[in-house]
Design a protein around this ligand. Sequence first.
Ligand SMILES: Cc1ncc(C[n+]2csc(CCOP(=O)(O)OP(=O)(O)O)c2C)c(N)n1
Ligand code: SF4
Length: 322
Amino acid sequence: MSNSIYDELLESECEIKEYELEDYESNTPRWCKGCGDHGILSSVQRLLRDRQIAPENVVCVSGIGCSSRFPHYLKTYGFHSLHGRALTVATGVKLSRPDIHVLTVMGDGDCFSIGGNHWLHSIRYNTNMTVLVFDNEIYALTKMQASPTSRQGQYSNTSPRGAYLDSLNPLTVILGITNCSFLAQSATWLPGHMDATLQRAWDHKGLSFVRILQKCPVYMPKNFGETPGDYPAQFLSHTEGVPVDRGLLRTAPAVEHDPRDIHRAREIAQDSERAPFGLLYHNPELPSYEELRHGRVTRMAPQERLDALDRKLDTFALKLDD
Ligand SMILES: Cc1ncc(C[n+]2csc(CCOP(=O)(O)OP(=O)(O)O)c2C)c(N)n1
Ligand code: SF4
């Protein structure tokens, strides 16, 4: 047989594919009309297209909630895991396959409440992945129970007289955790800013944590206002940060902030008057867990591992001669 068929096949396989948005589109999203989750999905799809990331090189891990339906709609590998446990699964995926991109998606209840312990320790582990929390300040999938970020006085099924406690501030918590390397915040009603924030997070080596304030028009129709300017905010501006488009300044002022300055980042995070949008903190020098772990443990070659496993399993086998 002539070599030409093989040559042709090889050529067609080696053709460099240009990924289009539709290469990242899967099932039709079942989120409600007007839900901010639609915008986040589009933003992630634009990011993967712009970076020309092969869909098979991405694993999207989620917990449980409206937000956690995300992997069903993104055409990459996906894992719709357990409520609060997305970060544990994602850490396992990344440690066994450091070569692939891991995107973790959670809701505010998922991450800050039932998943609180995993949240804290994952920040400290600083595993190289992108983590998005869709914060609509409520448990939406289960039809409106108070979450840790629900505001004081918020009516819900679990707080019929209004939430007694002041809300948890995830930004100040994160900035207090050892080895925190990247923290940014954006909102679903600012698509351009969200795109730029996700791009910045994707490029970070370590755990990039992005809190996205997310509109839930069904259970929390009023909590972020009707137009972008209604919600009191400020944009963090810096050459190393998330670019602030001039149009955004019509909705809120900008302040200069060096994302390397953790003390100033903590002060900004503490400000309850205006939500900060942009890059609060960035330290690219901190070690990721997989770097430390893989750097210290001598890894066996795959065949060596199989042989070692066989030897171990043999020790449990019945010895028929005895
Ligand atoms: C262990 C466990 N506890 C409780 C639930 C019920 N449950 C499902 S989703 C959810 C809360 C979802 O809220 P959030 O994480 O904020 O996501 P959203 O739906 O708002 O996107 C709860 C309590 C569950 N599925 N598993
Ligand atoms: S209930 Fe709220 S968060 Fe859930 S899909 Fe509908 S709008 Fe989105």
